[in-house]
Design a protein around this ligand. Structure first.
Ligand code: ADP
Ligand code: MG
Ligand code: ZN
Length: 593
């Protein structure tokens, strides 16, 4: 039989999808192959079809028993003899497979990677005629990938033990680094590399900061997708159930799906979804592997995914039929912090760092006002151009940019002055002159940056911090402490200006210039030495005279008379009578100078 005949008669398809024929040909020619094609792109066919045209057995390495069983079932239904050897099977079942292999009646054998290192298994394979090896989900090979599996790393033993047998590696997502790692780790020999375009033009991508639990945003979104199929990804099992119940209470047809459901419940939800009996599945990421429903019109994430790889795969489940589909990502900074903490237990420091970096890249993606499609393309090493009208960044009317170099410098300088040992809230508290216990405990109210950022509210400082993350000027270190990066130095030195979308900040007055700031510091110092003098005279601790906060306010306002003095926080009649005159005098002096 010819390729096209097998395609039609065995698989029931009229034509190849893009890249499939090239992949099939490479395998038939006995060439190594490295294929990167999105989930649902049809990778299985690329090795199943040539397997049928070749003598011998094809050995497929796959990471999950469920995936293997799925494939075997599908092949058997098409009348192809395929089998798996896995730990769930008893001896008898295993013997049956071994017999089938020896007789040559089994065309495809699916095994987990750890099987390859089991004693005697390689020897057994050497007694068979193997036409080629397949490494499915090949990104698991790489520590730079998002689903690293140590056993995949050992798969170089295939080329070592079977130097003449071609190897075909498949994955849905690989950055250029991961691609190079797969190539090297599997010892591929001049493989044909096929990589699909990352850009999915029928997907609209949106990311929004989640407001409280995000339900209002979600309902607004769902209103535009009545009676359509969609997936909503949540982070925890509990959330899937709560959200599904909430949607049901709004007469929206939804069911929860997560790993703890019984197999019967799982297949029921899966089936009802496939047959459009329910519109929406609210799921943890356990849902989706191997689902093949072409009319999914939307995918929502209710919190930040851990990696771009995960995110891209998950949104990729929408619009397989090529029709317009929408994706919505709801996120907060808190998501990043929460997910980061979950990674703290990862043993290998190097791998932990990879995961941290991936999470941060994901967060920056969500925040970014650059074209989302372009960011994805660049991330996966593809060429990217702005989509124009398929993402929120491109759809948004251009927003005025305002300069926040001054604020950025204040923020970075507060990090610097506290030794890069404190988290975002603490830094903001310092800038806003908070009297929180922690600020006092560390004496941070004595810093020159204390209270200099009062004109911005907490939210605005949060936005400024986000922007600095986005620019890679800062990064989260251990215990969420903010760390300065190379970019921060350029900003601090004034070599680099910082801008932000105007709509991200409130409408407030211009902040003081650096010169004014230094001047203000001197003013503060003048008040402080006066306080010291008076405290000594009265034999009381300095803070009993006036608090730092009061001194800061004094140096900012420079009151001209008693009335204005009394408006300052911390100066009442009694205190004014006791110490007021001296301070008023100094204030007038400073004003005149
Ligand atoms: P992947 O492994 O790339 O995620 P699969 O191999 O599971 O994707 O294929 C996804 C779906 O596409 C399957 O249902 C498969 O039957 C279907 N498919 C594959 N190739 C073709 C084709 N040439 N024409 C139509 N459907 C195809
Ligand atoms: Mg697959
Ligand atoms: Zn765009």
């Amino acid at each position: 039989m010819q390729k096209s005949e097998v395609l039609e008669k065995v698989f029931g398809f009229n034509s190849f999808r893009s890249f499939q024929e090239e992949a099939v040909d490479a395998i038939l020619e006995g060439r190594d192959l490295l294929m990167i094609l999105p989930t649902g792109g049809g990778k299985s066919l690329c090795y199943q079809l040539p397997s049928l045209l070749m003598e011998g057995v094809t050995v497929v390495v796959s990471p999950l028993i469920a995936l293997m069983q799925d494939q075997v079932r599908g092949l058997n239904e098409n009348g192809i003899r395929a089998a798996t050897i896995n730990s769930d099977m008893n001896d008898e079942e295993r013997q049956e497979v071994f017999t089938g292999l020896r007789e040559g009646s089994i065309k495809l054998l699916y095994v987990a990677p750890e099987r390859m290192s089991a004693s005697g298994f390689i020897g057994f394979l050497q007694s068979l005629k193997i036409n080629f090896f397949v490494i499915d989900e090949a990104h698991c090979v790489s520590e730079w990938g998002h689903e690293f599996r140590a056993d995949y790393r050992k798969l170089h033993l295939l080329k070592e033990n079977f130097p003449q047998v071609p190897v075909a590696a498949f994955t849905a997502t690989a950055t250029p680094k991961v691609e190079a790692d797969i190539h090297a780790a599997l010892r591929l020999h001049e493989p044909l590399k096929l990589r699909a375009k990352v850009f999915r033009k029928n997907l609209t991508i949106r990311a929004q900061k989640r407001v409280s639990n995000g339900r209002t945003q979600l309902l607004n979104f769902l209103q535009q997708h009545r009676d359509e199929s969609g997936i909503i990804y949540t982070f925890t099992r509990k959330e899937t159930e709560q959200l599904a119940a909430f949607l049901q209470s709004r007469h929206i047809s939804a069911r929860a799906y997560h790993a703890r459901l019984s197999p019967e419940e799982k297949s029921e939800v899966m089936r009802d979804f496939m047959y459009d009996k329910i519109d929406i599945v609210v799921a943890t990421i356990a849902f989706g592997m191997g689902i093949d429903k072409s009319n999914i019109r939307f995918v929502v994430h209710t919190s930040l995914p851990k990696t771009i790889e995960n995110y891209y795969q998950e949104i990729g489940r929408a619009g397989r039929d090529g029709l317009e589909s929408e994706t919505l990502l709801l996120y907060t900074k808190g998501d990043e912090i929460q997910k980061r903490e979950l990674m703290d237990s990862v043993e290998s420091d190097a791998y932990k760092q990879v995961l941290y970096d991936k999470l941060q890249t994901m967060y920056r993606f969500a925040l970014s006002s650059s074209c989302k499609h372009k960011l994805l393309a660049l991330y996966f090493g593809d060429e990217g151009e702005a989509c124009g009208d398929k993402c929120d960044s491109c759809l948004k009317a251009p927003v005025e940019q305002v300069e926040i170099t001054k604020e950025a410098q204040m923020f970075l300088s507060a990090i610097y002055r506290t030794g890069e040992r404190f988290g975002q809230n603490h830094i903001i508290d310092i800038l806003r002159g908070s009297q929180a216990q922690n600020i006092m405990k560390f004496g941070h109210d004595k810093l020159s940056v204390y209270g200099i950022g009062e004109l911005r509210n907490k939210n605005e400082w949060g936005m400024i911090a986000d922007r600095l993350f986005e620019l890679s000027a800062i990064q989260l270190g251990e215990h969420r402490a903010l760390k300065l990066q190379k970019e921060a130095i350029a900003v601090l030195k004034g070599h680099e200006k910082v801008w932000i979308d105007e709509d991200k900040l409130g409408n407030i007055t211009r902040l003081k210039t650096a010169a004014e700031e230094i001047e203000k510091d001197e003013t503060f110092e003048a008040f402080r030495s006066l306080r010291m003098k008076i405290a000594t005279q009265h034999d009381v601790p300095a803070y009993i005279v006036f608090s730092d906060k009061t001194l800061h306010e004094l140096s900012r306002r420079l009151p001209k008379n008693k009335e204005e003095m009394l408006e300052v926080n911390g100066i009442g009649e009694v205190k004014y009578e006791r110490y007021g005159e001296a301070f008023l005098e100094l204030s007038r002096e400073l004003q005149a100078s």
